[in-house]
Design a protein around this ligand. Structure first.
Ligand SMILES: Cc1ncc(C[n+]2csc(CCOP(=O)(O)OP(=O)(O)O)c2C)c(N)n1
Ligand SMILES: [Mg+2]
Length: 337
C-alpha cells in the first residue's frame, strides 16, 4: 500500500507523462496482441507453437523505453513482447507468426525467431541462454569501433544455469563491455520452479562472481523497471561496464501453448495477478492526473483496432515464394570464410 502511494506521487513526475503513457500503451499492446494470438490458436487458425508473454509486460516496456534507437536487443523463445516494445511493426510480427512473406523474417523464422536488426532487435534465439554471449560479442564490437551503443540481452531464470550465461557475463565483465543482461525471473523454467535448480535467493547475486554490477527491479512495476534499466543502460553507454538486472515477474499462461500450467499453485497465480502491471500503471496514470479514464479507454480501443489490423494484414499476406528458399543463407551472403 505504502509503495503504491509512493509510486503515485513520484513515478509519473520522474519519467514524464508522455513516457508514462507510452509505456502503458506498449504494455496494453503486448497484452492484447498475446490475447488475440491465444484466441486464434484455440480456433486452430494459427500454425506452430508460441510461448506467451502475458504477465511480464512491464519488463519489456520498461527496459525498451530506456534504450536509444541504435542500441540492439536479443531475445529468446518468448520474444513477442520484446519485439513490440522495441518498436517492430505489429503487422510484421503477426505476419511472421503466420509464416507470410511480409513477416519480419520473411516468414521463414516464426514465433521463436522474431527480430529485425535495422530496428534494433536480433532475430530471437530460442536455445536457452545462447543470446547472452552473442550480445557480449556485439557489445565488444561496439566498444572496439568506438560506437556509443549498448547491447542488451533478455533471458529467463532458467538461462542462468547454462554455461553460456557464465561465459558471456564473465567476458563482458573482463572487457568492461557496454552490455546489459536482463534476467526476467518468472520463477519457473518450463514446469520447474526456480528454487529446485538454484541455491541462491536472487539471480542478481550471481553477478558478484564476475565482479559485475547488479540490480533488482519489481517486474510488475513499469516505473521501477524503467528506472533500474536506465541506470544500467546509461552506465553501459558511459563506459561503466555491464550490469546484471534481475526483474521479478511472473507469466500467467503455461510455458507454451500446449502447457495447461497445472504445476503452479492457484494461490501463487492469484497473488501475482493481484499485482498486475497494467492495472497498477493505469491506477498511477489516473491517480496522478496524467491520463483520464476516457483517455485510457481511447488507448485501449486504438490498440484493439491496431491488433485487428495487424492480424488481417498477416492473414491477407502471401506465403514466401518457393524460389526464395535459399535467400538469406549464410553460405550465399558473400561473407568471407
Ligand atoms: C539449451 C536448451 N535447453 C532446453 C530448451 C527447451 N526449453 C525451451 S524454454 C525452456 C525453459 C526456459 O526457462 P527460462 O529461461 O526461465 O525462460 P522462461 O520460459 O521462463 O521465459 C526450456 C527448457 C532449449 N530451448 N534450449
Ligand atoms: Mg523462467
Amino acid at each position: 500500500m505504502r509503495k503504491e502511494k509512493a509510486t503515485l506521487d513520484g513515478a509519473v513526475e520522474k519519467v514524464g507523462a508522455e513516457r508514462a503513457i507510452r509505456m502503458y500503451t506498449t504494455m496494453v499492446e503486448i497484452r492484447e496482441f498475446e490475447d488475440k494470438i491465444r484466441f486464434l490458436f484455440l480456433e486452430g487458425n494459427m500454425p506452430g507453437t508460441v510461448h506467451q508473454y502475458i504477465g511480464q509486460e512491464a519488463c519489456a516496456a520498461g527496459v525498451c523505453a530506456a534504450l536509444q534507437a541504435d542500441d540492439v536487443i536479443a531475445s529468446t523463445h518468448r520474444p513477442h513482447g520484446h519485439a513490440i516494445a522495441r518498436g517492430l511493426s505489429m503487422e510484421s510480427i503477426a505476419a511472421e507468426l503466420y509464416g507470410r512473406k511480409t513477416g519480419c523474417c520473411k516468414g521463414k523464422g516464426g514465433s521463436m525467431h522474431i527480430g529485425d536488426l535495422p530496428r534494433g532487435m536480433l532475430p530471437a534465439i530460442a536455445t536457452v541462454g545462447d543470446n547472452i554471449p552473442i550480445i557480449a560479442g556485439m557489445a565488444l564490437a561496439f566498444k572496439l569501433s568506438d560506437q556509443k551503443r549498448v547491447a542488451l540481452s533478455f533471458f529467463g531464470d532458467g538461462a542462468t544455469n547454462e554455461g553460456a550465461f557464465h561465459e558471456g557475463l564473465n567476458c563482458a565483465a573482463v572487457f568492461n563491455l557496454p552490455a546489459v543482461f536482463v534476467c526476467e525471473n518468472n520463477l519457473y523454467g518450463a514446469s520447474t520452479p526456480v528454487s529446485m535448480v538454484m541455491k541462491v535467493k536472487d539471480v542478481a547475486e550471481r553477478a558478484a562472481s564476475y565482479g559485475m554490477r547488479s540490480s533488482i527491479a519489481d517486474g510488475m512495476d513499469v516505473f521501477d523497471v524503467f528506472e533500474k534499466a536506465s541506470q544500467a543502460i546509461d552506465g553501459a553507454r558511459a563506459g561503466e561496464g555491464p550490469t546484471l538486472l534481475e526483474l521479478k515477474t511472473f507469466r500467467y499462461s503455461g510455458h507454451s501453448r500446449r502447457d495447461p500450467n497445472n504445476y503452479m499453485p492457484k494461490e501463487e497465480k492469484e497473488a501475482w495477478k493481484q499485482r498486475d502491471a497494467i492495472a497498477s500503471c493505469e491506477k498511477v496514470l489516473i491517480g496522478s492526473g496524467a491520463a483520464s479514464g476516457e483517455k485510457i479507454e481511447e488507448i485501449r480501443q486504438a490498440v484493439t483496432r491496431k491488433v485487428e489490423a495487424a492480424m488481417k494484414f498477416a492473414q491477407d499476406s502471401p506465403f514466401p515464394d518457393p524460389e526464395a528458399v535459399e535467400e538469406g543463407l549464410y553460405v550465399n551472403m558473400g561473407v568471407p570464410r
